[in-house]
Design a protein around this ligand. Structure first.
Ligand code: HEC
Ligand code: HEC
Length: 237
């Protein structure tokens, strides 16, 4: 009896010591906690959500395409007004389907999100814990890859979850960004037509009208094929 009580006590001590160590290890020491302001952290997550890094490189370091500038230096150098205007209205040659251009985000993002992005750019695009794009699975078939790319490249922000549409585009003739699903969409767009729009974009008009960005030069042909394979699994009726 005495002996078994001691064993239980010893076991409890070992368990609590182990728990204590594990707990101390999993807790982040104060010195290593994120030091960025909340608005900068928000901006880092918006940068991921709106796929800025897919064209400008992770944390704006560039290197994706010679047509897309790095943002680390200009991000600090540009005024709030300049950055806001570029994010709201886009930049570059929209009409050349061979070149990527900076999308128009004014109709899609809130003021707060633009302010957070500006704060993040002004802070020099630091790494922020958890602000990383979704990992795209490339060994589980084209549909799975396309589903990941749809989120990673921010298609979801403009075309809605599951391609259901409904995102306002008030100045455009249709008043909203088109869905990538439904009978009307699949009647108008076969595989090739879907791939062509993804590669070459489609200019409906000048900012503040939102147009379809060009992804040629940013996405590989196999990634465009994967997006088409995913879109073809969406609701067709
Ligand atoms: C589809 C690709 C693409 C995406 C996505 C994109 N950009 Fe751009 N961005 C460009 C291109 C191309 C330019 C250069 C336009 C030009 O000057 O011809 C540019 C220019 C800029 C500039 C001006 C840089 C300079 O040196 O003049 C800023 C700032 C900027 N982008 C911020 C952003 C932010 C913030 C996001 C996310 C909300 C974003 N971009 C998403 C393609 C993209
Ligand atoms: C900044 C918003 C925006 C983003 C991001 C965006 N699109 Fe679009 N997309 C549009 C708009 C606006 C149109 C309508 C163009 C038109 O009517 O000519 C469009 C059209 C399309 C079309 C043709 C459908 C139609 O009815 O015109 C396809 C397919 C498409 N986009 C796929 C994608 C894919 C895939 C992605 C991600 C790689 C993506 N889009 C990202 C705004 C966007």
């Amino acid at each position: 009896m005495q002996r078994s009580r001691l064993v239980v006590l010893a076991a409890a001590l070992v368990a609590s010591a182990t728990w204590g160590t594990a707990h101390a290890l999993s807790g982040t020491p104060a010195a290593h906690r994120a030091t960025v302001a909340p608005l900068v952290a928000e901006g880092a997550h918006d940068f991921v959500q709106f796929a800025c890094g897919q064209c400008h490189g992770p944390n704006g370091i560039g290197g994706v395409s010679t047509d897309v500038p790095a943002l680390r230096v200009v991000g600090r150098a540009m005024s709030t007004k300049q950055l806001r205007s570029i994010i709201d209205h886009g930049l570059g040659v929209a009409k050349d389907p061979a070149k990527p251009y900076m999308p128009v985000w004014g109709a899609v993002m809130s003021n707060r999100q633009v302010a957070a992005l500006v704060a993040y750019l002004h802070a020099g695009l630091p790494a922020v814990k958890g602000a990383v794009p979704v990992v795209v699975q490339t060994s589980q078939g084209a549909v799975v890859e396309g589903q990941g790319l749809y989120v990673r490249n921010g298609c979801i922000n403009c075309h809605g979850p599951n391609g259901l549409g409904g995102v306002p585009n008030p100045q455009s003739p249709d008043k909203s960004i088109p869905p990538l699903s439904g009978a009307g969409f699949f009647k108008e767009f076969n595989r090739k037509a879907i791939a062509d729009v993804i590669r070459s974009g489609s200019v409906i008009g000048r900012a503040p009208i939102v147009s379809m960005p060009h992804w040629g030069g940013i996405l590989e042909q196999s990634q465009i094929d994967a997006l088409v394979a995913y879109i073809e699994t969406l609701k067709s009726g």
